[in-house]
Write a protein that binds this ligand. Structure first.
Ligand code: GDP
Length: 224
């Protein structure tokens, strides 16, 4: 079974991922004809680095987003079968309040109103754990019944014992969170850790989505 998963993942990433478009307003979103997976997280969490490592294309997702620059949802497509939605980073402390509010509105409206959204990955810096804005995003995902997984980033920067403490704390919290998948993924774009597990997860969603219809309502709760 693991071999099948590995092969499915290899195929999904065999061809270069393609940048489709940047969406600044919800009405610019492409029709939801393919299953989508959203990447969410605080600014600087390492989201662009993880996406680039995942697809093996440096520079696909732009690293070090400058706060103040136009923020948008960047849509990528893998093998004509799966779309990745790279959401603008939330919670940038020094960004003007008005800008923060408009980013959050866009992100939360997208998360709530996208039936083809099969999974969200909520990226959390392994050094810092959950912040209030992460909890807000998790709450929104719970309300929208979008299954999500916590993905810890920059695991190369934390000691094993601190990581174990964080995982134990997350296990307690995730048990109480509706729509949360119980097992966080531990990753490091730098050390290339956890990438195969993430690719396998995306391949399973792409495979499950082959019977997906654009008008389909609701979300698949669990991968098969
Ligand atoms: P984004 O704002 O969430 O897209 O974050 P970036 O991908 O631009 O990364 C923010 C900073 O964290 C950059 O300085 C990256 O080099 C660094 N970074 C990202 N991923 C890792 C990682 O896995 N390990 C380490 N040590 N640094 C990382």
């Amino acid at each position: 079974m693991a071999d099948v998963d590995a092969e499915a993942a290899r195929l999904l990433f065999a061809r270069p991922a393609q940048f489709l478009l940047g969406v600044a307003k919800l009405d610019q979103l492409p029709p939801g004809e393919l299953p989508e997976v959203a990447f969410a997280g605080r600014s600087n969490v390492g989201k662009s680095s993880l996406i680039n490592a995942l697809v093996g294309q440096e520079g696909l997702a732009r690293t070090s987003n400058t706060p103040g620059r136009t923020q948008q949802i960047n849509m990528f497509e893998l093998d004509g079968r799966l779309r990745l939605a790279d959401l603008p980073g939330y919670g940038y402390a020094e960004a003007p309040r008005k800008l923060v509010e408009s980013w959050n509105r866009l992100i939360f409206a997208y998360l709530r109103g996208r039936p083809c959204l099969q999974r969200a990955l909520v990226l959390v810096d392994a050094r810092h754990g959950l912040k209030a804005t992460d909890e807000e995003a998790m709450e929104t995902l719970g309300k929208a019944a979008v299954p999500y997984r916590i993905v810890l980033t920059k695991a190369d920067l934390v000691r094993r014992t601190d990581l174990d403490d964080l995982l134990a704390d997350l296990a307690r919290r995730l048990r109480l969170a509706p729509a949360a998948m119980p097992e966080p993924l531990v990753t490091s774009a730098k050390a290339r850790q956890g990438l195969d597990a993430l690719r396998a997860e995306l391949a399973a969603i792409a495979a499950a989505g082959q019977g997906h219809t654009p008008t389909g309502q609701g979300h698949t709760k669990e991968p098969t």
